[in-house]
Ligand binder design. Structure first.
Ligand code: SF4
Length: 546
């Protein structure tokens, strides 16, 4: 059991000196005055053994972690701030002469938080205080968006990833079992793997490069074989870097009649399932429109009512390849668990489809407000072509009538790529083969027109939502979503959100939660000090259009 923290009260001398230094207080002191310590030792009891007591109170470490992100400090700078800053001593309830602690304590605390998957505590415990103070409530308006996060490691291409995976494995084995490795490693490996691989050093020409990579593959297999066959060193197989090497080799090579063969790009597993760097195996390859990156994505949701501070209520970190659409329901589920479900949830087209518009009121009692994606078929892009809107659907008869008056011949249940229910409709081959309007309807060289439609309820919800979204009233309500862009910008510019400080998914997730908590501290203290929320800046030129 954790012993109760006894030094929560701020020592008299610390109060006296802090008030003299900051007669009006500052954000950190205001926070302490308004919310006390924000965290309790018991909140973090699961992180520490039942018998041991952490040297530094967990509530203090949690607070220091958020202060770090509030001010963009490294661990060393944060430890120094604990020793030397009077406002930090005030918030942490420390004596003036408190000697502080070694900065490595912060690393250890983060590891405990992230390994136990408790990083959300930094945000959630804070939200409970805000709810108690009436600064945050369920039932209002909230908005969500996502942005890309660059991993802390350099992006590698396929060839670099393969060679660096073997180099990383060799470096670790050379660290833990140098004599064993030296006893059998071939001399030419020193030439191949001593230096970090750079694109400029790679062999030119596709054929020669593939040959070289297949040589690297054989070397990698040899290392794995030596590890697996050694009774005294097989424990090496459990090291993450060796497991990573095995996975990269599975991703990139296959055995063709006993010969190690480099996989063609078309035979590779999806990017989301491949390791892109041995130095951060969780970092995924992502792409959005013309942008590509290696790393993660963060999804942020914040309150956006006019009469309350815009507090961040939820943060989700995912791999870079995660789709926005798959997070909508996840966000609702998490907000429900925090008893913070809004009445209206605003999000852009990436988060919204007709199924979600239909399910959100039913499952979560909220309205999902966002534009539906346009029909992207070629028929919808040509005014005269026959897109879905030109067909008449007879739901009860399970029939569709085409613009030429022909009746569909087949109506069957199917699934889309994400596993959602769909209906596949086909027309008769004989009708379509001789149709005078065929070129407006289908580009299939042979066969009839096929269409895939959503189930009736969803299809009708889609039509209704599209009609609503054409009205000015809907557009005026949706305008409120744009404010989340400012939060993303604040995160990126003021809190270094864009690049992961750490390697690995869990620590990156912790970073995002700590940044959200830091932004909340900033916003709530501004709100309590009656500093108005900044309005969206409009350029002088744009103002001329008003
Ligand atoms: S191609 Fe077939 S489905 Fe399309 S308009 Fe002609 S008959 Fe109808």
């Amino acid at each position: 059991m954790l012993k109760p923290e006894t030094k929560r009260e701020i020592p008299e001398a610390t109060i006296r000196v802090a008030k003299a230094a900051f007669p009006k207080g500052n954000k950190i002191m205001q926070l302490r005055d308004e919310f006390g310590t924000l965290y309790e030792d018991e909140d973090f009891a699961a992180l520490f053994s039942a018998t041991g007591q952490p040297a530094i109170a967990p509530w203090r470490l949690a607070l220091i972690t958020v202060f770090q992100f509030l001010e963009g400090l490294s661990d060393r700078q944060a430890a120094e701030a604990v020793r030397s800053r009077i406002d930090w001593k005030y918030a942490l309830g420390l004596k003036l002469d408190d000697a502080g602690f070694d900065f490595s304590v912060l690393t250890e605390f983060r590891s405990r938080l992230s390994e136990s998957e408790n990083e959300q505590l930094l945000l959630d415990k804070m939200l409970e205080h805000f709810k108690t103070k009436g600064l945050l409530k369920a039932g209002g308006k909230q908005r969500s968006d996502s942005t890309h996060i660059l991993a802390q490691v350099r992006a590698l291409n396929r060839s670099e990833c393969i060679i660096e995976s073997l180099r990383a494995a060799l470096n670790i084995v050379a660290t833990v079992e140098p004599a064993w490795l030296k006893a059998w490693v071939p001399d030419d490996w020193f030439e191949r793997y001593s230096l970090r691989i750079e694109e400029s050093r790679l062999i030119k020409g596709k054929e020669a490069r593939v040959q070289y990579l297949e040589q690297v593959a054989e070397d990698g297999f040899k290392l794995l074989e030596k590890i697996y066959q050694s009774s005294s060193h097989s424990y090496l197989a459990s090291l993450p870097v060796i497991e990573g090497l095995r996975k990269v080799w599975l991703d990139q090579f296959w055995i063709n009649e006993g010969v190690v063969t480099y996989r063609e790009a078309k035979d590779l597993a999806p990017a989301s399932q491949r390791i892109n760097s041995p130095y951060d195996p969780d970092a995924q390859f992502g792409n959005k429109r013309s942008m590509t990156w290696t790393g993660y994505k963060v999804f942020i949701t914040e309150a956006c009512d006019a009469d309350a501070p815009h507090i961040i209520t939820n943060v989700i970190t995912t791999g870079a390849s995660a789709s926005d659409m798959n997070q909508t329901q996840r966000i609702h589920t998490k907000l429900k668990a925090k008893q913070l479900l809004p009445k209206e949830h605003l999000a852009d087209a990436g988060f919204v489809d007709s199924g979600l518009i239909l399910e959100s009121p039913r499952d979560f009692g909220l309205e999902l407000l966002g534009p539906l994606r346009e029909d992207t078929s070629w028929q919808a892009k040509l005014e005269e072509a026959y897109d879905l809107s030109r067909f008449t659907i007879h739901w009860d008869a399970e029939r569709m009538i085409c613009p030429e008056g022909k009746e569909s011949s087949s109506w069957s249940a199917t699934k889309d790529l994400s596993g959602n229910d769909r209906i596949a409709v086909k027309f008769k081959h004989t009708d379509c083969a001789h149709c005078p309007s065929r070129q407006l309807c289908t580009r299939r060289k042979q066969g009839s027109r096929h269409l895939t439609i959503k189930p009736r309820e969803e299809h009708e919800a889609l039509l209704e939502a599209r009609a609503l979204q054409a009205h000015d009233e809907w557009k005026a309500r949706y305008k409120l979503r744009a404010g989340i862009e400012a939060t993303m910008s604040q995160g990126v510019r003021a809190n270094d959100l864009r690049r992961s400080r750490y390697r690995g998914f869990r620590k990156t997730s912790l970073q995002h939660v700590a940044i959200a908590a830091a932004i909340n501290m900033h916003r709530v203290t501004d709100w309590l000090a009656n500093i108005p929320i900044a309005t969206t800046r409009v350029s002088r030129f744009a103002r001329l259009a008003a």
